[in-house]
Design a protein around this ligand. Structure first.
Ligand code: GDP
Length: 299
């Protein structure tokens, strides 16, 4: 919880700054409500969330004036209501094994690190994990994933730069099935600048997976960098239609002032958010409690 509160501190500070001067009024006139709504939007919470909080404020009476404490309470309650339905920890179904998790996201989003963290999270739950280095466009991505695999002691299927990702996935499922692996986590190339290329690549992986197991991939997880703010929302928009995203992981929520984007994403897309990244270490990816996160954001 302390990590969480610390991580969201800059966001909650920003909220406080944006709301400064709007408090203490007994009657919330339209002008004040407009200003509060704008302040919430400026905190990256998104127009829908801001509108929702405005509506709530408009319907309440503040006999002694709207105090900062009361406003933050209301903000926390509304954020919690938005986050509660989407805070869905990653589940590994009993059948079939291995469960295949495709991981997508633009370069730099924290995809490689997140794969290692998810693998570690599953290991802690006694699942056996195997990785596939399917981002074959970048030699660095392959190398980095190999380093993580060694560090957390999980097997990895990797080829050289430019090798066929679908072929590696095929090999992963084959070996994973033979060795009783529970979860196969597949890194993929996230080239948003080339949508057709990305779709072709994912379609090819899907074809191979479909031949081995019609239910695969079981999860398509999009990794997003919270520090990019509204850009993260655009990425969800694009990847949702090109890659059939089933869930999100938002990274770098430690120390950014743009943590409100987590709420905007939840409100706008309603996709499950499996976990949040609160640091660079292997233990820094955690499923989240909507109440705790809401309170950390609202301050
Ligand atoms: P990729 O290019 O998407 O595979 O991104 P990487 O996994 O290589 O991550 C890019 C950088 O972000 C690295 O320096 C990571 O250590 C860092 N990073 C990843 N997740 C987090 C996080 O939750 N918090 C912080 N502070 N840094 C992160």
């Amino acid at each position: 919880t302390e990590r969480l509160v610390g991580g969201f501190r800059r966001t909650s500070d920003k909220l406080g700054e944006n709301l400064g001067g709007l408090l203490g009024k007994a009657a919330l006139d339209a002008e004040t409500l407009d200003a509060i709504e704008e302040a919430l939007i400026a905190t990256d919470l998104g127009p829908a969330t801001a509108g929702r909080i405005r509506h709530r404020l408009a319907g309440e009476r503040f006999a002694l004036g709207l105090t900062e404490l009361r406003l933050r309470e209301i903000v926390a309650e509304e954020i919690e209501a938005i986050l509660a339905p989407v805070a869905v920890p990653l589940e590994i179904d009993a059948f079939p094994r291995p469960q295949v998790l495709l991981v997508i996201g633009v370069n730099g989003s924290g995809k490689t690190t997140t794969i290692a963290k998810v693998a570690h999270l599953l290991q802690e739950q006694d699942y056996s994990v195997m990785l596939v280095a399917g981002d074959t466009f970048r030699a660095a991505a392959i190398g980095q994933l190999k380093v993580w695999a060694e560090r957390i002691d999980v097997p990895i299927i990797a080829g050289s730069e430019g090798s066929d990702a679908a072929g590696l996935v095929f090999e992963g499922v084959k070996q994973g099935t033979a060795t009783g692996i529970d979860a196969l986590i597949v890194d993929t190339a996230g080239r948003l600048q080339n949508k057709a290329g990305l779709m072709d690549e994912l379609a090819k992986i899907r074809r191979v997976l479909g031949r081995l197991n019609p239910a695969a991939p079981h999860n398509v997880i999009l990794v997003l960098d919270a520090t990019t703010g509204q850009n993260a929302l655009n990425q969800i928009e694009v990847f949702k239609e090109t890659a059939n995203v089933t869930g999100l992981v938002m990274t770098k929520l430690d120390g950014t002032a743009r943590g409100g984007v987590l709420v905007a994403a939840a409100e706008r897309f309603g996709l499950p958010i499996h976990a949040i990244g609160l640091g660079e270490g292997i233990d820094d990816l955690r499923p989240f409690d909507p109440r705790e996160v809401a309170r950390a954001i609202a301050g």
